[in-house]
Design a protein around this ligand. Structure first.
Ligand SMILES: NC(=O)c1ccc[n+]([C@@H]2O[C@H](COP(=O)([O-])OP(=O)(O)OC[C@H]3O[C@@H](n4cnc5c(N)ncnc54)[C@H](OP(=O)(O)O)[C@@H]3O)[C@@H](O)[C@H]2O)c1
Length: 333
């Protein structure tokens, strides 16, 4: 099968289009014929080598974390899926590889594709949808009437998180540049801060939750908009000790993680705010819940561009530009 692979870690190194055998299928996996693959910054970061201590992949590695496609084969222990099913998923870490014609996915990480979405639309959802779900529901337990600040509302995570937070009944503030103000309003944002002309920390007060996806300065400023008892959840670092435990990282990596976040954790604690880092995980059960919300039209996909499979490197470069409005997808079939 054709696949885009990382031969060697390196900043902005192009992926190589290779001809490889289809990966072997484990008993609890289905083989998905890839119709479309979502592109994420995580793909670039892994290619650059930023995750090599945390996710020790063997090279060459087929990249790609989001898939929509059709089941072509099911392992002997698979119960819920059969050949012909239209599905979507964020495959598990250390088992990724959706920039390819086929990818094995664990049954427990898979869900049926929302009936009202095309393959390209479906492929745009799993990683960002699960990120928003795990941040706002699993970690923050966001409730009706609470106030949440979702940074970068026009990005992949932001476009989904705004809609999920509105569905939960929260008041949503977000940041974006002038050109994307209308987009985030159309998704339901109540308070829109144009970061080119305004400072969010001068506008927002007494928030219950911040979903931080930007740099360390933004993280620090986020502390000022939260009230006592609030939650600051970051998906862009720094990692916390819990994450080190979850990843079963080597001792020195755990220590580095503890040190990297010690400052923000201490300052947050002083203000009565809980800091936590989230590294999203594959989860078929949560993805099924997301399917329900999409089919009920509570959440819709936002796609900026669809690239042909051959142009996967261009798709990755476009995502790295940091200007994507919603998601970027590669159409494989
Ligand atoms: N830990 C995890 O599990 C996890 C999961 C998903 C993502 N992430 C991380 O979260 C971050 C965001 O991911 P993403 O996929 O949403 O990124 P993305 O889609 O590439 O974000 C692009 C968007 O960011 C906006 N943006 C850029 N600078 C901004 C700023 N200073 N303030 C507000 N908006 C700004 C841009 O809007 P304008 O053009 O209007 O500026 C653009 O629409 C990345 O670092 C990613 O690696 C982590």
């Amino acid at each position: 099968m054709k696949a885009f692979v990382v031969d060697r870690y390196g900043k902005k190194r192009a992926l190589r289009l290779a001809d490889l055998p289809t990966p072997e299928l484990r008993d609890d996996e289905v083989l998905v014929e890839v119709h479309a693959a979502g592109v994420n910054l995580l793909d670039s970061k892994i290619r650059d080598g930023e995750f090599k201590l945390i996710l020790p992949y063997r090279l060459p590695l087929i990249l790609g974390h989001d898939v929509a496609g059709v089941v072509v084969k099911a392992g002997p222990r698979v119960r819920q899926f059969k050949p012909g099913d239209e599905v979507y998923a964020r495959p598990d870490d250390l088992r990724i590889g959706t920039f390819a014609e086929a990818v094995p996915v664990k049954e427990t990480s898979l869900a049926l594709k929302p009936r009202n979405l095309t393959m390209e639309e479906a492929a745009s959802i799993p990683l960002v949808g699960l990120t928003a779900w795990q941040a706002l529901i699993a970690k923050a337990n966001l409730k009706k009437g609470q106030k949440v600040f979702v940074q970068a509302g026009s990005g992949g995570v932001g476009t989904f998180a705004i809609q999920l937070a509105k569905h939960l009944g929260a008041t949503v503030a977000t940041t974006t540049s002038t050109t994307n103000v209308a987009l985030v309003k159309s998704l339901g944002a109540d308070v829109v801060i144009d970061y080119k002309t305004q400072e969010f920390e001068e506008v927002l007060r007494e928030y219950d939750v911040v979903l931080n996806s930007q740099d360390a300065k933004t993280l620090e400023k986020s502390l000022r908009v939260l009230k006592r008892g609030a939650k600051l959840i970051s998906i862009s670092g720094p990692p916390d000790p819990e994450f080190g435990k979850e990843m079963a990282a080597p001792g020195f990596v755990k220590l580095v993680m503890r040190l990297l976040s010690s400052g923000v954790r201490r300052r947050a604690q002083g203000l009565g705010i809980g800091y936590s880092f989230l590294f999203m995980k594959a989860n078929g059960a949560q993805l099924r819940e997301i399917t329900g919300l999409i089919e009920a039209e509570a959440i819709r996909p936002v796609i900026d561009r669809v690239f042909p499979f051959e142009s996967t490197n261009d798709a990755l470069a476009y995502v790295e530009s940091g200007r994507a409005k919603g998601k970027v997808v590669v159409k494989t079939k």
